[in-house]
Design a protein around this ligand. Structure first.
Ligand SMILES: [Zn+2]
Length: 505
């Protein structure tokens, strides 16, 4: 496919292009070593990559000097909850400012489509926005809305199991009946026919936990023919994590589709230090079926405030509360002390609410992040008034803190986990690599200064060191002192094209 495209481009003897990026150190997303090159972009694609200076004679509408900078594929955020935000806030600055050029939405069992709400969105669909933000009864209507909004970044989408349950069931604290499963399968099939990447579940959440494995097994059946994937927020990330992983592998095997374990972690003090065991289980499964995982580069998680996760063994920061908005930013323990009640009672009074849980250990995060099976996904929560800093910082944090400062892995590996491997894993074709003929999703950054600036107390801060971002060839973000989106918004909906790979290693 790409070699044919390359030949066509070579035969055309192009002497002009839209953009010429010269003198950059190219890290191409494949994991191979950096090389000095000039890159010509034309018509939204990478037209030519030259190491011999031969492009210097080309006529370009815009020439960018990349001296001292790294040019890599735009980052692919494989784990997001940006479903309605790509439409409501199409400049998507939290992601664009990190160098992200594609987001995968619809994770953790929750998606904006296909959804017909009867009341308020059930937990945790409320993370995606208020009831009014859900207006996509079919997947096709969502695709149309994304393309109409023309966000600054590309969007690919999974379909959420909890969203389907909410469409078809009168109550979510039970298993679906056969006819409800059939109705969910029909909706999933419609979505797959319109380019959905696959199915996601969030089996740990109250509104999905009563779905037995058999319900998910049946629902996953349409995936194989469509070349879809199964992504799962496991039924447990705590003591029962191995059993939960087994369930995920069983579903993938039954449906004959690749499995992505979402935000793999060892959560809870009792679970710390188990990452080696968890990764060994993942490697075992990889012998028999395609399995991978994503993770975010922090030791704190975030979601709605879950009564099952209330504990005094870690710090829990409340980020929002509908009945008590003034409590946002305070520790649950502080609130409980103020109210003179125990933690559980305070958490109950705060509902519905959101929280950051400092529930992981450095060693576990390091081990999972550096494992060859893992790719990076932010899991950022764009509708949280005090969002976990991963929303604005995940990708530069991998480059700055984990690669440059902690030396957890070389920059080439960091970039592979955020680009080429991510595209392979999620079946995004002609993305994720700096290759002639591929779409020109590119980021230029300073490897010496790139870093996340977002913190838990001041989370809405754009990263440092991201110099320029191109989406489908359009210069969409300028860093430096500006740190602003340009007027160009060139993102589009990315329909699943290729079957996900048979082997994910
Ligand atoms: Zn999740």
């Amino acid at each position: 496919m790409s070699s044919e495209t390359n030949m066509d481009l070579n035969n055309m003897e192009v002497r002009h292009c839209d953009t010429l990026i010269i003198n950059a150190s190219v890290i191409d997303g494949s994991g191979s070593a950096p090389f000095a090159a000039d890159v010509a972009v034309d018509g939204g694609r990478i037209a030519r990559i030259a190491t011999d200076g031969s492009l210097r004679s080309w006529h370009a509408l815009q020439v960018i000097d990349g001296s001292g900078k790294v040019l890599s594929p735009g980052f692919i955020d494989v784990h997001t909850h940006d479903d309605t935000n790509v439409i409501r806030t199409p400049s998507m600055l939290p992601k664009l400012s990190q160098g992200v050029t594609t987001v995968v939405v619809g994770n953790c069992g929750i998606s904006a489509a296909p959804v017909s709400l009867k009341a308020e969105p059930p937990d945790p669909m409320n993370l995606l926005g208020e009831a009014g933000a859900f207006s996509y009864p079919t997947f096709a209507s969502y695709v149309e809305a994304v393309n109409r909004a023309q966000p600054s970044i590309n969007v690919a989408a999974l379909v959420g199991h909890t969203a389907l349950r909410s469409n078809q069931m009168d109550r979510l604290d039970r298993a679906a009946t056969e006819s409800e499963i059939a109705a969910m399968c029909a909706q999933l099939s419609e979505a797959l026919a319109h380019g959905a990447l696959g199915l996601s579940t969030g089996l740990a959440y109250g509104n999905a936990i009563n779905a037995p494995t058999a319900e998910v097994l049946a629902l996953a059946e349409p995936l194989a023919n469509a070349g879809g994937i199964y992504a799962t927020h496991l039924r447990s990330e705590f003591a029962d994590i191995l059993e939960a992983m087994d369930e995920a592998f069983r579903i993938g095997k039954h449906a004959r589709v690749p499995v992505v374990i979402s935000h793999l972690k060892c959560a809870g003090v009792e679970n710390w230090g188990r990452s080696a065991e968890v990764l060994e289980a993942l490697e075992q499964a990889q012998r028999y079926q395609p399995v991978g995982c994503d993770c975010y580069p922090y030791t704190a998680s975030s979601s709605t405030l879950d009564l099952k996760q209330v504990t005094d063994t870690i710090d829990i920061m409340v980020t929002w509360s509908e009945p008590h908005p003034a409590m946002g930013g305070k520790l649950l323990a502080e609130i409980a002390a103020e109210w003179q009640v125990d933690l559980m009672e305070a958490a109950r009074r705060l509902q519905p609410a959101g929280a950051v849980y400092h529930c992981m250990q450095d060693d576990d995060v390091n081990r999972i992040l550096s494992h060859p099976a893992s790719v990076v996904g932010s899991d950022g929560l764009p509708n949280d008034p005090l969002p976990h800093p991963r929303l604005w910082g995940a990708f530069p944090r991998v480059l700055g803190y984990y690669s440059r400062e902690q030396k957890l892995f070389p920059l080439t590996v960091a970039i592979r986990k955020m680009t080429g491997l991510s595209a392979e894993r999620f079946g995004l074709t002609e993305r994720g690599l700096v290759r002639e003929g591929y779409w020109a999703d590119l980021v230029l950054f300073d490897p010496d200064t790139v870093r996340d600036a977002a913190t838990f107390s001041d989370p809405m801060q754009p990263a440092e060191g991201i110099e320029a971002v191109w989406v489908n060839g359009a210069l969409s973000y300028l860093g430096g002192t500006e740190k602003a989106a340009t007027a160009l918004r060139a993102g589009r909906f990315l329909a699943r094209q290729a079957a996900a790979p048979a082997v994910v290693a």
